[in-house]
Design a protein around this ligand. Structure first.
Ligand code: DAT
Length: 180
């Protein structure tokens, strides 16, 4: 495999991942705003640019085409300064990310948030089970070094604010360490 080389990043790339309903989009938006990163919600990118293999009627979602997604994102990730939001994380090259935030929430919270979003019962159930089985956390541990993984609880607004502060502190430190 030929790995593209690029100069060291002055601003980090951050991945915010977790089961749907853990608060990724909201948290990633707040991080991006707080420290001046560019945010990309991969689910929206997939829809807008057709990076999928059609629609999965059973779960009201698109069939993910990992190669299309990674090819489309490669140039965006090259210069750093990105805050990426997606509910799965094993498809991305490890070298893209300086920090992988895994958001966690209680099953009652996931249930309420996804029901509130109008998800079908089977889709709510699937995601509640995904959170109970810590599927995303396990995937992150298989795909990234322990040092770059930050597992954060996202049950309350206070949690969210504290999480944004923690990630902002990481970003500011990274920038300081990489300026010249
Ligand atoms: P995701 O992108 O992981 O699917 P989201 O950011 O869209 O999640 O959040 C789903 C809903 O839950 C949304 O109405 C905001 C709310 N929410 C998310 N995280 C929260 C938290 N830590 N405390 C309170 N509400 C939260």
């Amino acid at each position: 495999e030929v790995v593209p080389t690029s100069p060291p990043r002055r601003s980090p790339n951050i991945l915010v991942t977790g089961t749907p309903g853990t608060g990724k989009t909201t948290t990633a938006e707040m991080i991006a705003l707080a420290v001046g990163l560019e945010m990309v919600t991969v689910g929206d990118l997939i829809k807008e640019r057709g990076l999928h293999d059609g629609y999965n009627e059973e779960f009201d979602t698109y069939w993910l085409n990992e190669d299309k997604v990674v090819d489309e994102m490669e140039s965006m990730m090259a210069h750093g300064g990105m805050c990426i939001d997606f509910h799965t994380c094993g498809l991305f090259p490890e070298r893209w990310f300086d920090l992988v935030v895994v958001l966690r929430a209680g099953t009652d919270k996931i249930y309420d948030r996804l029901e509130g979003r109008g998800y079908k019962p089977n889709k709510v159930q699937e995601n509640v089970e995904c959170e109970i089985m810590q599927v995303v956390l396990d995937e992150a541990r298989e795909s990234y070094k322990a040092e770059v993984i930050m597992e954060l609880e996202s049950n309350t607004v206070d949690d969210m604010e504290a999480n944004v502060e923690k990630v902002a502190a990481f970003v500011n430190q990274f920038k300081k360490a990489h300026e010249q």
